[in-house]
Ligand binder design. Structure first.
Ligand SMILES: Cc1cc2nc3c(=O)[nH]c(=O)nc-3n(C[C@H](O)[C@H](O)[C@H](O)COP(=O)(O)OP(=O)(O)OC[C@H]3O[C@@H](n4cnc5c(N)ncnc54)[C@H](O)[C@@H]3O)c2cc1C
Length: 436
């Protein structure tokens, strides 16, 4: 049986970052690099940070734009992307509301709405019942009503997020979106009417012209030949013996770091069958997102980088314009459709509907579709609920005790960015560096 010190599952951002940070940690402590092997089920690296280059268009698996808070992380990546042009772009994003485009976020730009909608939003905001839940909102939906009032909640925040998450928002945790939710209090909202300040976590973003995969290439840059095995899937883990069974062999490990989705890891570790653990398994729910990348014969609107669509009659919740980020001369869109995890998707029918809806919104105006691609991200947005938090806590305790560490957006069952994935795995490597 093969044996490694560190077995890493997944060659996405999280798995590859961890492999790099372990090397950096060893160098900093002047120790030999630990024996480490990355297993990737797919035939290529990247996970959700893959890029499709087709007919002159460059598309990601849905828009992937980068907002680095820690300059050292971005500098580390850029140092490993020689020759790659990286744009820094000041974001222009809009919400299509009853035929007009208003700035994002909705709650800070209600003064741009038609006057009756503006009055409704302002009056309901002022008289919102902050005390309804005694300051202790129970769910994401309750939080929206309590902080923004009925009209802001019902005209945008609820329909938009229902389309995205494809679930009842009353089941989600009040903090389900963490720092990604643009909070604003009544003072911010009123002040924004005179002096716009729509800064958010992603007020500007960077984007490599070669697409998100360039970050993956940077993460592969320093890893020795053979440290990533493609086409090898983790299938089961014997926690007691610390042995992984893959689609090809058995591998003993001292520590296993997994970016596979947590419910799948739970099953692979034999922690789903016992009734005591079955409740945790049922605590995990999520949506999937059908993404269409669409290339047209000529340019369309020149301003937006992306747009939000709360209207329930439109199939998509968001549309992004790659060509306005990369200065392309042909309209290049990504279109995102949220779906329940068990929904049966008819991709052909969905594509026809998307094209019709794009015409309805005026984004497509007699343009000819010349190239297209689709992908289903499953899971895409995990549902952060009281039950999922409890399941994550309980499983982590059992897994850590056996030397197994779930990481990343889906291992950690959370809402995060690629930078968060890199920071999390750097911290884990530091902890292992101390322990070793
Ligand atoms: C719609 C959408 C838009 C996003 N936009 C942005 C954005 O603009 N900016 C940003 O910073 N982030 C964005 N993200 C988040 C970003 O995609 C993730 O944070 C990041 O890709 C997660 O990387 P990961 O390595 O944790 O997981 P993944 O990318 O899911 O990688 C996991 C890898 O593990 C492999 N794997 C799984 N199971 C097994 C197994 N049993 N055996 C072997 N291999 C296995 C998979 O094949 C995959 O390659 C977005 C996410 C979504 C869904």
């Amino acid at each position: 049986m093969d044996q490694v010190e560190y077995l890493v599952i997944g060659a996405g951002v999280s798995g590859l970052s961890f492999a790099n940070w372990m090397r950096a940690e060893a160098a900093a402590r002047q120790r030999p690099v630990p024996e480490l092997l990355v297993l990737e089920a797919d035939s290529e690296p990247g996970g959700y940070c893959k890029t499709v280059v087709q007919d002159g268009f460059v598309w990601d698996y849905s828009g992937h734009f980068f907002h680095f808070k820690d300059a050292s992380i971005e500098a580390w990546l850029r140092a490993r992307m020689p020759g790659q042009e990286i744009r820094t772009v000041a974001k222009r994003s809009f919400i299509r509301f009853q035929g007009r485009d208003i700035d994002f976020p909705f709650q800070k730009n209600i003064h741009q709405l038609p006057s009756q909608d503006f009055i409704d939003c302002l009056v309901d905001l002022y008289f919102r019942d902050r005390d309804a839940a005694g300051g202790q909102e129970r769910s994401f939906q309750e939080m929206l009503y309590a902080r923004f009032g009925k009209s802001i909640a019902e005209k945008f925040l609820i329909p938009y997020n229902e389309k995205l998450y494809a679930c009842d928002l009353d089941t989600l945790d009040p903090d389900a979106m963490g720092r990604f939710f643009p909070h604003a209090d009544i003072g911010d909202i009123i002040a924004n009417m005179r002096r716009p300040d729509n800064a958010s976590y992603n007020a500007s973003f960077t984007y490599p012209l070669g697409g998100a995969i360039q970050y993956i290439h940077a993460l592969l840059h320093d890893l020795p030949e053979g440290s990533v095995q493609y086409g090898e899937r983790l299938e089961a883990v014997d926690l007691r013996r610390q042995v992984a069974r893959t689609s090809k062999r058995e591998i003993g490990f001292r520590r296993l770091v997994s970016s596979a989705p947590l419910p799948a890891l739970q099953r692979m570790c034999g922690l789903a069958d016992d009734p005591a653990w079955a409740a945790w398994a049922s605590g995990f729910t999520w949506n999937k997102v059908l993404v269409f990348n669409l290339g047209f014969d000529r340019k369309g609107a020149t301003e937006p980088h992306w747009m939000y669509f709360p209207e329930r009659d439109l199939s998509f919740y968001r549309v992004g314009f790659y060509d306005n980020i990369m200065d392309g001369d042909r309209m290049s869109l990504y279109v995102e459709i949220g779906a329940a995890r068990d929904a049966v998707l008819d991709v052909e029918a969905a594509r026809a509907r998307v094209l019709a809806d794009l015409e309805r919104t005026g984004i497509v105006q007699g343009h000819r579709l010349v190239s297209w691609h689709s992908v289903v991200l499953d899971p895409a947005y995990v549902h952060i609920t009281q039950a999922s938090r409890a399941a994550h806590r309980g499983l982590s305790a059992i897994l850590h005790a056996a030397g197994v560490y779930p990481v990343g957006r889906y291992g950690g069952w959370t809402y995060c960015s690629i930078e968060d994935n890199m920071l999390e795995t750097r911290e884990l490597a530091r902890i292992f560096g101390h322990l070793t």
